[in-house]
Write a protein that binds this ligand. Structure first.
Ligand code: PSU
Ligand code: MN
Length: 302
């Protein structure tokens, strides 16, 4: 059996069929956000989930144990977590007993599904990287969203990806992609990618029904909501920051799992913190919507 440790609070909530929202830990580590913004993001996401009466469940690997739900004293270990754990890395992180591993979307979904949690919030999902037709770099987030019966809430996919191909891949994988009160696929810290989504839903009750149906089919889905406009980064400003960050990654020969943390850090520095402020606002907003969906799911007749 997998050594999966689910916290007492999360176990009790699940047993009582109460709303639970899983949260990834990579975004809260230095791989996702610079200090001290990572701590602020963590605190704001937890508070947003609790404000709606749901229970947050941060996922991570600590001392070689897969964890779902952390106590406050353990948060520090996530903020400084040294290693990125995607789904393929989970068995190694557990078997080799890594001290602290920050779980990405794919690993977090695997853990959430295993624990019986059906809603998950992140900032922006990974997807098809630009140039993937040459180097083949497609985030494990996409097949994980398709395969695990968990609803993922995000502000679309990170804007330095190839967003049209990311949506094509989600379609191929059979993942329903729904805009909550928005028409377009959001572009992370930018309100819109300019790509229209096939489905827009304005009502949480309807969204919960759609989610229930998809989960019963045995897979996950993606619910998108844009960054709050007051914190959004201008598309032109972001696009030039992205160009510079990707050029730097190329110059330094960065590839594989190192690309996303490196590009996020370069954009944070380049935009004088605007991208980080937007990232905090959208992460909190996503956590709030995820909690609302979890509450809606819990309220559906069994
Ligand atoms: N989005 C963020 N910050 C992050 C990530 C996404 O705003 O840190 C992380 C997530 O953990 C996501 C991962 O699962 O990046 C994707 O990495 P890759 O592109 O290497 O698959
Ligand atoms: Mn990759």
């Amino acid at each position: 059996m997998i050594d999966l440790n689910v916290s007492g609070e999360v176990t009790t909530a699940l047993a009582g069929k109460r709303a639970v929202v899983a949260l990834e830990s990579t975004i809260f580590s230095h791989l996702g956000l610079p200090s001290p913004s990572n701590r602020e993001a963590l605190d704001r996401c937890l508070a947003a989930v609790r404000a709606l009466g749901a229970v947050p469940a941060i996922t991570a690997v600590l001392d070689g144990v897969a964890r779902v739900g952390l106590i406050e004293a353990e948060h520090e270990r996530i903020l400084g977590a040294a290693r990125k754990v995607a789904e393929r890395d989970l068995p190694v992180a557990i078997g080799e007993r890594w001290g602290s591993g920050a779980t990405t979307v794919s690993a977090s979904l695997a853990l959430a599904a295993r624990a019986g949690i059906n809603v998950f919030a992140t900032g922006g999902i990974g997807g098809v990287h630009r140039g993937a037709e040459l180097h083949g770099d497609v985030s494990a987030d996409l097949p994980a969203i398709a395969r695990h019966p968990v609803v993922t809430v995000s502000a679309g996919a990170k804007s330095f990806l190839d967003l049209p191909r990311t949506l094509e891949m989600l379609e191929t994988l059979g993942v329903p992609v729904v805009g909550y009160q928005c028409d377009d696929f959001p572009a992370f810290t930018v309100v819109s990618s300019g790509i229209a989504l096939q489905h827009r839903i304005d009502d949480i009750g309807v969204l919960a029904r759609i989610a229930r149906t998809r989960l019963d089919f045995g897979g996950g889905m993606l619910v998108c909501t844009p960054v709050p406009v007051a914190y959004a980064v201008d598309a032109g400003v972001m696009n030039s920051a992205i160009e510079r960050a990707l050029a730097a990654a190329h110059t330094h020969g960065v590839s594989g799992p190192a690309v996303t943390p490196m590009v996020l850090a370069a954009i944070a520095a380049d935009t004088a913190g605007a991208a980080v402020r937007a990232n905090l606002a959208l992460a909190e907003n996503n956590a709030r919507l995820a909690a609302a969906i979890a509450v809606g799911l819990a309220a559906l007749p069994a």
